[in-house]
Design a protein around this ligand. Structure first.
Ligand SMILES: CC(C)(COP(=O)(O)OP(=O)(O)OC[C@H]1O[C@@H](n2cnc3c(N)ncnc32)[C@H](O)[C@@H]1OP(=O)(O)O)[C@@H](O)C(=O)NCCC(=O)NCCS
Length: 323
């Protein structure tokens, strides 16, 4: 058991758990967060120490969720742990638990290198996050912010993050030949890949600052996707890719979506250059880019693979924040 002195915040007191505490949190707690009056159990934490690194599991009572208590508990526990000589505090929430990942990031835990296969307490894949004493008290820096109000919209189309309940529409879309034939690798994904993308990968990639995959919605539901990929914050660049279902084409939706995502990339993400690659024969996509201010920069020889093992030439287009 890891022992710290009680920490009292404006919301709760974090103190040692009683030895005989019976809490349905899925682990033996070392610390509990109790209500200010001291009679309500709001949360629990387990701390496992090895070689100056403390590994944390945390839990908030179901009726207390939605108040960011998980992040507050992690933040309250960190100073006494660092003061006692701990070098690093880490946590490995399952990739399928966005609330836990976001709570850790709000408390300042920064993602390490990415997904740890089989690394979660439940045996599934985990995201590794760590906090060092020098990281400060604020939330972990994010390359890709959340969309203000949850969406980008121009009044005709709106863009919002892909969600678990998009699974059926996303599977139908991605396995439709007239959609996947235009993809970078012109093959349909497996059902498992679509499940994974909807359930956690799109959200985790966004939090890691790698890619922002959004659904294009015209008010009547899922019509296609647009994404910011290959995000390179250091040099201020990213690539876009987009697709619409056949019945949503020819209505200006792609043009609206490209304008919205580029404005977000420049104004909210802080990028300076957004580029796109099109097949040399894809006139519709080229027209969208021309209409939205992209300029043709050249031909990338053998830029994309074909299913027969040969390579296809692509046209490279780009738009800059200051043009
Ligand atoms: C993880 C846990 C402690 C978080 O509880 P909490 O502090 O009440 O969390 P909140 O409801 O305030 O949500 C935390 C964040 O996740 C977001 N979130 C919550 N549910 C979400 C969902 N289903 N999808 C996406 N985001 C979600 C919230 O919007 C919030 O985001 P923000 O801080 O960036 O604004 C709680 O869900 C829990 O006990 N889960 C079971 C145990 C567990 O998974 N522990 C972690 C193991 S290490």
């Amino acid at each position: 058991m890891y022992v710290i002195e009680p920490v009292t915040t404006a919301a709760f007191t974090l103190r040692q758990a009683d030895d005989d505490a019976k809490i349905e949190c899925g682990f033996e707690p070392d610390l509990v967060a109790v209500a200010p009056e001291g009679d309500g159990l709001w949360g629990a934490m387990r701390l496992t120490e090895a070689d100056g690194v403390v590994s944390v599991r945390f839990w908030v009572a179901p009726e207390q969720r939605g108040r960011k208590l998980g992040a507050a508990m992690l933040k309250a526990a960190a100073p006494p742990l660092f003061a006692s000589g701990v070098r690093r505090i880490e946590t490995r929430p399952p990739v399928r638990e966005p609330a836990a990942i976001r709570a850790a990031m709000r408390a300042g835990f920064r993602p390490d290198s990415g997904v740890i296969r089989g690394g979660a307490y439940d045996g599934g894949d985990a995201l590794g996050l760590g906090l060092l004493a020098g990281d400060g008290r604020g939330p972990a820096p994010r390359v890709l912010p959340d969309l203000a109000g949850g969406e980008l919209t121009d009044g005709t189309v709106s863009l919002r993050p892909l969600r678990p309940d998009d699974f059926e529409a996303h599977l139908r879309h991605r396995t439709s030949p007239d959609v996947y034939s235009g993809a970078a690798l012109p093959l349909p994904p497996s059902v498992g890949e679509v499940v994974e993308m909807c359930e956690w990968r799109a959200a985790v990639d966004w939090l890691l600052g790698r890619a922002a995959l959004m659904v294009i919605d015209d008010g009547a539901g899922y019509r296609g996707t647009i994404g910011l990929y290959d995000v390179a914050r250091l040099i201020g660049t990213a690539m876009i890719g987009y697709d619409l279902s056949a019945d949503a084409r020819g209505k200006g939706y792609a043009t609206g979506a490209v304008r919205l995502i580029c404005r977000w990339a420049f104004e909210e993400v802080g990028l300076d250059r957004v580029w796109a690659g099109t097949d040399v024969h894809n006139a519709a996509s080229q027209a969208v880019l021309r209409r939205t201010g992209f300029r043709l920069e050249g031909v990338e020889r053998g830029g994309l693979p074909s299913v027969d093992g040969t390579r296809r030439d692509t046209l490279v287009w780009a738009t800059l924040s200051r043009t």
